[in-house]
Design a protein around this ligand. Structure first.
Ligand code: CP3
Length: 344
């Protein structure tokens, strides 16, 4: 049963409310001084992810500071490749490094055998967070979607143009499908364990879904998301599923129309009125505000936030950004943003 005290969970299930529930992607992170302090104590980003007490602490920080309607588990999408056996490191100022880059023989060396053992600290974080949150604040579990995680695995890190990896699909379709299938299995199991540990909704981040031809998008992004959501709902039928396929524009209804999709996140380039007409009838809409508006703040940010809220008035809508906060975001701007959304 969905917790009836959570406005966020009720909204995911289709209830429209004014003001809408609010949470933010990357609400825990480097823009907060209290995050930087805990991160310094942990020594490295990965140490922080694998330390349940500290990861729970940074999950709570934005809830304490802002009184948001949902907390998101503090972890990273690249813990899955690491749990499958690929080396993952975060080097200062350089972003993630995964080694060796995936090819056919390396893929054969990956295994699900130690998945839950490697991810056990994350499940413990989920338990600690759920036990420490007020009961009207929902806990969101998450994972990266297979295509987005595969881009990091294939390239050995971040790429300027991840959509260029569609070449792998054209040239080595069986290899790419095997990689995606492995990620569907690992991600489904990971999310089911998060739900068993106390996550009350899950979000799949498909940050690099943009720029793909529609038939490729269907195979590498839409279908894997549907399979994961089906598997999770097979184990936990009431769990709301949020899909965030960034950059897909007019393909959003393909995700929102899936039987297993409760909500879709819209990125900051998605036209709001279009989403209200084309997406709201199919699923709850979440997000849309440009995170860079929160860096500059002021009237420009407040006017945009009020307009965004009014476009979705009467529809089930979760206030959020169109991508995560950047480290330059002044925390005071977030306080003003929330006040503007919650004023009647
Ligand atoms: O508050 C939250 O949203 C929860 C925590 C969270 C993090 N990463 C923490 C993090 C979530 C949901 C993610 C998802 C994630 N990780 C995505 C998908 C969403 C998106 O932002 O597009 C991706 C692509 C990653 C992979 C990743 N993690 C990269 C490319 C980087 C390095 C780039 C950067 O911003 O430094 C990270 C590191 C990372 N993940 C940080 C945080 C707070 C910064 C690490 C630090 O403290 O040094």
């Amino acid at each position: 049963m969905t917790n009836p005290r959570s406005l966020f969970l009720r909204t995911l299930k289709g209830e429209a409310s004014s003001p809408p529930p609010i949470w933010f992607m990357r609400q825990a992170g480097r823009y907060l001084p209290e995050y930087r302090a805990t991160r310094a104590e942990a020594g490295s980003f990965l140490n922080l992810c694998y330390d349940p007490e500290k990861a729970a602490e940074v999950t709570f920080q934005p809830i304490r500071r802002y009184g948001l309607d949902a907390a998101i588990l503090f972890a990273d999408i690249l813990l899955i490749p690491q749990a499958l056996g690929q080396d993952v490191a975060f080097e200062k100022g350089e972003g993630p490094k995964l080694s060796p880059p995936m090819d056919e023989p390396t893929l054969e060396s990956l295994s699900m055998a130690r998945l839950h053992e490697a991810l056990a600290p994350i499940y413990e974080t989920v338990r600690l967070v759920r036990a420490g949150l007020p009961d009207d604040v929902a806990l969101i579990g998450f994972a990266g979607a297979p295509w987005t995680v595969a881009t990091y695995m294939l390239a050995g890190g971040s790429m300027k143009d991840p959509a260029a990896l569609r070449q792998v699909y054209y040239e080595r379709p069986a290899f790419l499908r095997r990689l995606i299938d492995l990620l569907v299995d690992a991600t489904s199991e990971y999310l089911i364990r998060q739900v068993e540990a106390g996550a009350e909704a899950i979000q799949l981040f498909d940050t690099w879904a943009g720029g793909l031809p529609e038939d490729v998008l269907q195979i590498v992004s839409v279908e894997p998301a549907a399979r994961i959501a089906e598997r999770v709902k097979g184990a936990a039928p009431d769990i709301p599923v949020i899909l965030f396929p960034k950059g897909v524009g007019p393909a959003l209804p393909k995700y929102a129309g899936l039987e297993v999709c409760d909500a879709v996140g819209i990125d900051f380039a998605t036209p709001w009125e279009w989403a209200r007409e084309a997406v709201s009838p199919l699923a709850t809409v979440q997000g849309g505000l440009d995170p860079l508006l929160v860096v500059s703040g002021g009237e420009e940010m407040l006017a945009a936030a009020r307009r965004l809220k009014s476009v979705f008035e009467g529809a089930p809508y979760v206030f959020n950004l169109g991508h995560g906060f950047t480290p330059e975001t002044p925390p005071e701007n977030v306080t003003e943003l929330i006040a503007a959304v919650r004023e009647s």
